[in-house]
Design a protein around this ligand. Structure first.
Ligand SMILES: Nc1nc2c(ncn2[C@@H]2O[C@H](COP(=O)(O)OP(=O)(O)OP(=O)(O)O)[C@@H](O)[C@H]2O)c(=O)[nH]1
Ligand SMILES: [Mg+2]
Length: 310
């Protein structure tokens, strides 16, 4: 969507335009995807209260008078040796090396434990290109002073001027943070045309929105046991409607009935909620044929993980 004057305040007179790839790093549920959506002003990456919602390096683009920031949302960094987790961790890790600037998001409403220490130590060597956002300051449980103390101990090389207290959800203090990111960015040409706010394929975005609605409507282990496969897409009605067949895939037969619900009420709800968002995202109507299928223990299967974790 075109947007030339978003979020980064007034243009710096006669300054050269900046361009950077910015990796967003943080623990699961720190609010990385929420930040990305607020910064871009569009729903680019899916959000849920369930840790490890994001499974891919998702790009969201902020165009402004200062230049262009290409944010790369990453899976939450979680210390676990499970196959899926190891893959997610390496996606986040690889993005560090490929970025010009790094945005470290830390949740002020949670105590910084061992996992946060691990992330901070991973980021210490790149402190010169690091900006930190202390997120969720809108919550009564937020303790930004404690977070600052933690940061001064684990990342002493990052100056106060590069630490911001924000609410990604309420859009608080996002502009000064973006300006700090532009300050650290190299001068250069835009990496994407300025009317772009993401580079995701249509099928991937549809799969992600369906997965978000399924995650929000299920509990316990089910949100983590889901993936979505788009098996067919066809433009119909002279380009006015995109017909999509999607499979919501679970790990076990017993989970299938739980996702479908009594009288198929749950799957219908997931479909309706997904269509509500999709019809706002795309300029054509979406018709969604949504079915549930089992792929036994898919989280243990390398070919599946290789296909869905990009
Ligand atoms: N109150 C409050 N909630 C927030 C804020 N930012 C994110 N959240 C909530 O925190 C939860 C996790 O947000 P996400 O954006 O999915 O977090 P994430 O870091 O992308 O999580 P993963 O993809 O699992 O790594 C969601 O329920 C969000 O609504 C904030 O600034 N304030
Ligand atoms: Mg996320």
């Amino acid at each position: 969507m075109p947007d030339t004057e978003k979020k980064d305040g007034a243009p710096a007179p006669s300054a050269l335009r900046k361009s950077a790839v910015v990796a967003i790093i943080g623990r699961p549920s720190a609010g990385k995807s929420t930040f990305l959506n607020t910064a871009c002003g569009e729903k680019v990456s899916i959000v849920s209260p369930v840790p490890q919602t994001t499974r891919n390096a998702i790009r969201g683009i902020v165009n402004g008078s200062r230049g262009q920031l290409v944010f790369v949302d990453t899976p939450g960094y979680h210390d676990s040796d499970k196959k899926l987790n190891l893959r997610l961790k390496s996606i986040a890790h690889d993005r560090l090396g490929e970025s010009d600037v790094i945005l470290y998001l830390i949740d002020a409403s949670r105590e910084a434990g061992k996992e946060e220490e691990t992330i901070a130590s991973l980021l210490a060597p790149v402190a010169d290109r690091l900006v930190i956002a202390i997120n969720k300051i809108d919550l009564p449980a937020a303790k930004p002073v404690m977070t600052r103390l933690f940061l001064s101990r684990v990342l002493p090389a990052v100056p106060e001027s590069r630490i911001f207290e924000i609410s990604a959800e309420k859009d608080t203090n996002i502009d000064p943070l973006l300006i700090a990111l532009f300050d650290l960015s190299p001068e250069g040409e835009c990496l994407y045309p300025t009317e772009f706010y993401t580079d995701q394929d249509v099928d991937f975005r549809i799969a992600e929105v369906v997965r978000e609605k399924a995650m929000l409507n299920t509990r316990e282990e089910i949100p983590h046991s889901l993936y979505v496969d788009i098996s067919d897409m066809e433009m119909r009605k002279n380009g006015k409607e995109l017909w999509v067949r999607a499979f919501l895939i679970v790990e076990r037969e017993s989970q299938k009935s739980m996702v479908i619900g009594k009288g198929a009420t749950l799957i219908k709800k997931i479909r309706t909620e997904a269509l509500h968002d999709l019809n706002k995202i795309f300029p054509y109507r979406i018709y969604l044929d949504l079915q549930v299928k089992v792929n036994k223990n898919w989280r243990q299967k390398d070919p599946i993980l290789g296909r869905i974790l990009r």
